[in-house]
Design a protein around this ligand. Sequence first.
Ligand code: C5P
Length: 409
Amino acid sequence: MKVLLGVCGGIAAYKAAELLRELQRQGAEVQVVLTQGAEKFITPLTFAALSGRQVLTSLWNPAVSDSASAEMPQPFGIEHIDIAQWADVLVIAPATAHMLAKLAHGMADDLLSTIALATTAPIVVAPAMNVNMWHNAATQANLKTLRSRGVHLVEPASGELACGMVGEGRLAEIGEIASAILHAANPIRDLAGERILITAGGTREAVDPVRYLGNRSSGKMGIALAEAALARGAEVTLITTTGRVSSLRCKQIQVESAEQMRTAVLHHLPQATTLIMAAAVADYRVATPSEQKIKKSSEHLTLELERTPDILSEAARLRLPGTLIIGFAAETRHVSEEGRRKLREKDVDAIVANDVSGTESGIGADLNGGTMLFADREVTLPLSTKRKMAESILHELATLRVDRLQRIS
Ligand code: C5P
């Protein structure tokens, strides 16, 4: 996804650097355009260093003149038209009252407003301003005009403002702006209507009040699935061991042990149309965790382990008709064979089998790859970022859903 990030002059301009990082984390390529006002608050160099691209600042001399970013490749040949066509989405954050007025009236007196007029990409605006400026009838009328033309508005939040007043006008949360951008830019809405329950992270099984048995799972695969599913229009509930992910606009339930994950999955399963178990659930737990911290005494310590409940199998048995279930199989050898065995034994619709023998991909890593196994076919998932792999898995889910519906009708 190619995002053109326009930044206007306001105290919140520094937050655009955070937005840039968040968009990059979600796999976007970001080109920054600063207005003259923005340059008073934050330098082009900050954005050039973060984006690795020259920052564009003027209609007449688009590339910045500071020496560090001048050495970076100039991204475009013919200024505003090229830039406007390059973008999949234009976001203006923060957008000042002045910029909203210019957009509403089609004025094009600087690079950013000219691009806004020239682009055919969706436009997202995240305003930030003084509360009285926000409520002013002129600003509200401009917003009404922009909304009626399909501009996506990320409403400002309420709170203490830079001017000392309290009220609406603070730039919305970065996560909220990022999800509005994804929503606007992503034309694939093939999961609209799906309610997807996703598990992420590795479970921790108590040994005593301070120690646990765990695994190397980071939760990145489950979180990537949640991000991608939201962007494709699904409603998502994430059951995770990794802590709250502030950029995700969905219900998140924190759990720690396999037993807690089981309770949460079984509780939410009846409302879900699909369950994706990307979590690395412990297979064994300590049979009787100590109530007190275990003291160092003898040379050897033996812990008795017992099996944890197999959540995936239980969910497959208890699901309502029509609920799709996808499991994961992290294997270090005979990856496909083991995956096929799990597909049969756990009675699920698909298994994503991945090889976790290396350190560059799989558990805890940023990359992943493998094979998605179905009863009647298999799909190779080439080594890629977890976000890309999530997109492929969800594409297969959407296909599976269409297949099932066709079979019923
Ligand atoms: O049997 P195995 O642990 O390899 O199966 C992996 C799949 O089963 C994953 O989708 C994992 O989330 C799920 N699982 C589970 N309950 C367990 C162990 C694994 O739901 N106790």
